[in-house]
Write a protein that binds this ligand. Structure first.
Ligand SMILES: [Zn+2]
Length: 1152
């Protein structure tokens, strides 16, 4: 729209609202006059009062709309003013004005504000600096000789905390339940006994999944003893997550959700909150996790698995302890103190000091005669009168050496390993022997060491005290710790892709959970206001559904464990995880279906819940945990069949909804308005060139308001009345025989068969190879043309009997690198052209590849949808890769997301081996140069690399026959038929990247954010049974308009009742994420949502007409201690909150 027209419309709108408000006020005043007219019966007064109340409510709503309109107008004016000042075209999106327009996009200030990166350490600079030459370091193989004089502690004695821990994987070699029965329950039982025996003993515990399971088996007396140990500071719950989460493949929704689940449990049952993070086994570390921990109220954290060369560098610089800052953050607001463990592992040989053969002698679980021993062949000795002096000094030497790597004389020494402290004898061996050593130190003040058992809090308190007393400051650090290498060239980039089927299933559950949470919360709120007494509706299975939600949260949470979503567990354990994910998806569908049922009913009294016969069914069926979903064909007749589509996003969107029907002609109308929807019939291909004669695919364009349930009617239409897709088949040199009686098919021959296949819509034109169907080139409406070639390649692994090979964790490709995928015969290529979408599908032996364009005017038409169905089950030690080869001049720099929360710059470094240049990608990656940006958005996590300029490659699946010596004891050969899905977005851009301490801080564009949202949270389609006795239903539209484009409703999560366990409370966790977005291009086409430069937001307006009875800003895990009072100076309170770019904000709210 032209500037003048936008303004005219807005001013007109404000005028209308103002007139209506005045009219309302007049009406109210008349009402008030009537009130004064003499005495009337009480009932009449009540009625009038209630009418008056209704009018006031209406007036309030009008005023609030008015305010919102004024705010929008103000923003628009600001934009226009700014663009006029810079000479830009304002709302006119002509290409010449793109630059100045982009500069003035409100909300774009963020990247410009992040300037002070020069003060701290930037991890990418460290990577530039290090030679990665791996020289032998002596006893500390990957480090260096550490020297000291002995008098360093004369003034400031060494203060040492020995922290007992047991690393309990919630599934790895055994399932969660097996580990619990065989080991974990005994560890915790013994913990209760052994800590109670001596108040000097301590222990930390991280995995709430296990702790809560154990708690359920305890009697009240034992629970009381646990609480006493916690209160006394002998037992500390660290991190407090449901699991010790993977930080590479996990999405931030799930990372936060498992933290909420754990923290809520701890607070409810133990009355405390975690203060310290403990992540000793995840294979690399992400600043997104640091952000979430800080937001959850933690002050400190410990990490362990960091590249050995980085550890060594940090040790030399004494920067193993630092303040971890977000790359985009210019303030210390989100800084968290982080301790990086210096050595190879978290086991005892690698925690007391640099020499593992010495430290192992102080793991008293390895005393001779036991099941475990020291591989360095010097066994531990029990501490006796005779040997104590020699033993104490030997150990102290290690402590002192380790201490030299830190800036303070406080020392953290973990004492533990995987599944330790199972037997009571192990507790005795460790605690008795160490206590003797500590007593010896105590009796010898000339040694200047004070040693004791401690928790992480004990350590960090002492550290903070000593640092502030000495005036020592810690450096700030920006960046992440991927890709991890533990030794030599063993980079852990394989697990970024291992078991991709389950990585995809993880995200399906995540989307199901979020959708169910939101719809359930909205349903309870609607029920309360329907009944008027704040109680749920009788007959609605509120408690059962809340139980299903809780179980769903816990399944997703469990799968974030660093051996689950990583794909690094044994086969039977993978099956166990798969079952949990699968059953949770099914359970959550019940919640979704019956919530939708109630919300849709016109006459709520006709609600009836029957578990065995749900009113609504999902159109997509997942029949088993290890197969792809399939759609149920609908039987059509002349009677309308109701189809219900739920839009789980906070944005108005235009989506293509796809269903299977039993007729080649069908018609779809909006049930409310009767308006016919644009639709297309396509063939369902039983074989690549043989169409089904019984089942057909109906695709229609749905306009879906935010968070709405929209009802469509589908009917069988007259033969030949529906628009049908047309097909063209190519197979080089061998045109196929095609069976398709309902569709028009052509098989080009001669020169026509050799011309590139081209598809186009209003925004984009693409060209693909007629031989392979694979994309070659892309052109935007602006005229920008880019080469983007899709290729497929294989990686093999190293050959030779004694050579390390790729496995579940490691990627160790053969020296020849990737080999272009070739097939003995040319693939069948099928091109479909229609009104709603057009696509090109290529059938290769190991994968089916489709690229699709939607014929939509809005931004959904801007991206190419790319999907692959992969099957490499016939292969031996091979990994399949999809590569995009473009002419984008990005040099060696590209960007990948971290947990879907933020973007991280990557540099492909030649000094590192190939496998080191692969990074995790949870949802997006892009390449850019001065003129354009090519963004690939994904619906699943996998490994990504940009090995040469212009290239981006993704590892789709890996099949590896052998173990890679990290304890798993098997390869990965349980491959499945696996889907992966992407959207490719090419955008014009102007302007340079923002440099922060020589690293670029970049964000996705607004269009990329919106595309990613649609991709990760697709619409959910349900249908009602064929029955003309069905009660009437009508659409549900909870929001008047979309949320601002950059505000994401991360969750609307019903909290558990404080007094009634297992029941929902009236309180809901409202979690919003305001995204930072890129300013180098204006979104084209302009999205329907608005965005604002203001940080102050009125929640009532944002979610209108939903009403908030109360809003309390809280910490990210909704602990009551974090709650702030709501700003209630005004009556009624206005729910103004501050949403800052990149920040996640959480509120405890009650909805009406
Ligand atoms: Zn582990």
């Amino acid at each position: 729209m032209k500037r003048s027209r936008v303004l005219a419309v807005l001013v007109g709108g404000v005028f209308c609202v103002a007139v209506m408000s005045l009219y309302c006020m007049l009406e109210l005043m008349q009402g008030a006059e009537l009130q004064q007219g003499g005495a009337r019966p009480a009932a009449q007064v009540d009625e009038e009062l209630s009418r008056l109340q209704q009018k006031i409510d209406r007036l309030e709503r009008l005023l609030s709309d008015n305010n919102r309109l004024v705010a929008t107008l103000r923003d628009t004016l600001f934009n226009h003013k700014a663009s006029w000042e810079t000479g830009g075209g304002g709302g006119n999106m002509s290409s010449g004005s793109t630059h100045s327009q982009a500069d003035t996009l409100p909300g774009c200030r963020l990247a410009g504000e992040t300037k002070d990166g020069s003060d701290g350490v930037q991890l990418s600079d460290v990577y530039d600096l290090l030679p990665f030459d791996n020289p032998p370091g002596g006893a500390w193989k990957q480090g260096f000789e550490i020297h000291y004089h002995g008098n360093e502690w004369d003034e400031q004695p060494l203060e040492l905390f020995l922290v007992p821990h047991s690393h309990n994987d919630p599934g790895w070699l055994k399932t969660f339940d097996r580990y619990y029965d065989d080991q974990t329950r005994h560890i915790l039982d013994n913990m209760l006994v052994k800590l109670s025996e001596d108040s000097r003993r301590k222990m930390i515990w991280a995995e709430v999944s296990y702790f809560s399971k154990w708690w359920n088996e305890l009697d009240d007396q034992k629970r009381e003893r646990v609480k006493r140990l916690v209160r006394a500071g002998q037992l500390e719950l660290v991190t407090g997550g449901w699991v010790m989460a993977d930080e590479a493949n996990s999405h931030y929704f799930a990372l936060l959700d498992q933290l909420i689940e754990g923290h809520q449990w701890i607070h409810r049952h133990l009355g405390v909150r975690p203060r310290c993070g403990w992540a000793v086994d995840p294979f690399g570390h992400s600043p997104s996790m640091a952000y979430l921990l800080k937001g959850a109220g933690l002050s400190n954290m410990v990490i362990q698995r960091v590249h050995y060369a980085v550890k060594k560098h940090f040790a030399r610089q004494q920067t193993l302890e630092f303040l971890w800052r977000q790359g985009w953050d210019s303030s210390p607001r989100n800084d968290i103190m982080c301790h990086m463990m210096p050595f190879y592992s978290y086991d005892v040989p690698h925690t007391c000091g640099p020499n593992p053969s010495v430290c192992c002698q102080f793991d008293f679980h390895r005393l001779p005669g036991g099941r475990v021993f020291c591989p360095w062949r010097i066994p531990p000795q029990p501490i006796t009168e005779q040997n104590i002096q020699e033993r104490a000094l030997l150990l102290l030497d290690q402590y002192r050496q380790k201490s030299r790597l830190f800036r303070s004389p406080v020392l953290l020494v973990p004492l533990g390993d995987d599944f330790r402290f199972v037997e009571s004898s192990e507790w005795d061996a460790q605690f008795y022997n160490y206590q003797k050593l500590f007593d010896y130190f105590e009796q010898h003040p000339e040694l200047h060491v004070k040693a004791r058992f401690g928790t992480l809090s004990d350590y960090f308190h002492a550290l903070e005290r000593r640092l502030s007393a000495a005036g020592t400051t810690l450096p700030t650090l920006r960046g992440d710790f991927f890709t991890y290498a533990d030794r030599d060239d063993h980079y852990w980039s394989g697990y970024f892709t291992s078991r991709p089927f389950y990585k995809r299933l993880d995200r399906t559950l995540e989307a199901s959970l979020r959708a169910s949470e939101i719809l359930f919360s909205l349903t309870l709120a609607a029920m309360r206001s329907f009944r008027g007494d704040g109680r749920p509706v009788a007959g609605f299975p509120t408690r059962e559904h809340f139980g299903r939600l809780t179980a769903g949260r816990r399944s997703l949470a469990l799968f974030q464990h660093h051996d689950a979503v990583t794909g690094t567990a044994r086969d039977p354990v993978v099956v166990d995880y798969g079952n949990r994910l699968f059953h949770s998806i099914l359970d959550l569908r019940h919640v979704l279906q019956s919530s939708a049922h109630w919300l849709l009913l016109l006459d709520k009294s006709r609600y009836h819940h029957d578990q065995s016969k749900p009113f609504l069914q999902m159109d997509e069926v997942i029949s088993a945990p290890d197969v792809l979903p399939q759609k149920t064909p609908l039987t059509l007749s002349k009677e309308p069949r109701s189809l219900i589509v739920f839009n789980p996003t906070e944005q108005q969107r235009t989506s293509v909804i796809s269903v299977l029907v039993d007729s080649a002609d069908a018609r779809v109308v909006d049930a409310e308005t009767g308006r016919p929807m644009a639709a297309q019939m396509s063939a369902v291909w039983a074989e690549p060139s043989s169409a089904s004669t019984e089942v057909f695919q109906l695709d229609f364009v749905a306009e879906l308001p935010p968070l709405s349930l929209v009802v469509y009617h589908v009917t069988r239409a007259l033969t030949g009345s529906a628009h049908r897709a047309r097909y063209t088949f190519h197979r080089h040199g061998n045109p196929p025989t095609v069976q398709s009686q309902h569709f028009q098919v052509s098989r080009p021959v001669g020169p026509e068969a050799d011309t590139p296949v081209s598809l186009s819509n209003k925004h984009v034109q693409i060209w693909s190879s007629p031989e392979t169907g694979l994309l070659q080139k892309l052109r935007l409406r602006s005229g920008l043309v880019r080469q983007v070639q899709v290729q497929f390649l294989w990686y093999g692994t190293r050959t030779g009997a004694n050579r390390d090979k790729s496995g579940a964790y490691l990627f160790l490709p053969g020296e020849e690198g990737a080999q272009l995928y070739s097939s003995s015969e040319p693939p069948l290529v099928r091109v479909s052209r229609g009104l709603v979408f057009s696509d090109i599908t290529s059938y290769f032996r190991h994968f089916t590849h489709t690229v699709r364009l939607l014929h939509l005017d809005g931004h959904a038409g801007r991206t190419l949808e790319i999907s692959n169905t992969v099957d490499i089950r016939s292969e031996f030690n091979r990994e399949l890769v999809m590569r995009l080869v473009s002419d984008v001049a990005n040099g060696n720099s590209f960007f990948t997301d971290l947990n879907g929360f933020q973007m991280q710059q990557r540099r492909t470094l030649e000094k590192l081996p190939l496998q080191a240049n692969f990074f995790p990608m949870s949802s997006s990656s892009f390449l850019q140069d001065a003129a354009s940006r090519l963004t690939l958005l994904s619906a699943q996590s996998q490994a990504v690399a940009a090995l040469r300029p212009g290239e981006l490659e993704l590892v789709l699946d890996r099949r590896l026959q052998q173990d890679d010596n990290r304890g798993l004891g098997q390869g990965v050969t349980d491959n499945k038929l696996t889907d992966n899905l992407y959207h490719l977005l090419l955008e014009d851009r102007r302007g340079d990247a923002q440099e922060v301490g020589r690293a670029s801080v970049e964000h996705l564009s607004l269009l990329a954010h919106l595309t990613s949202l649609s991709l990760c949270h697709p619409p959910l389609t349900m249908f009602a049974p064929v029955d003309n006795q069905l009660p009437k239903i009508h659409p549900f539209r909870p929001l008047r308009s979309s949320l601002p484009c950059d505000v994401h409703l991360l969750n609307l999560r019903t909290l558990e009742d404080d007094h009634e366990a297992g029941s929902p409370s009236q309180e809901v966790a409202l979690i919003l994420h305001r995204k930072g977005f890129d300013c180098s291009s204006a979104p084209e086409p302009v999205p329907v949502c608005t965005w604002s430069m203001h940080e102050e937001v009125n929640l009532d307006q944002l979610f209108s007409p939903l009403q908030f009875r109360s809003v309390r800003p809280s910490g990210l895990t909704m602990l009551r201690d974090d709650d702030h009072q709501e700003s209630a100076q005004q009556h009624p309170p206005t729910h103004m909150v501050r949403l800052q770019p990149m920040e996640i904000s959480a509120y405890r709210v009650t909805l009406d």
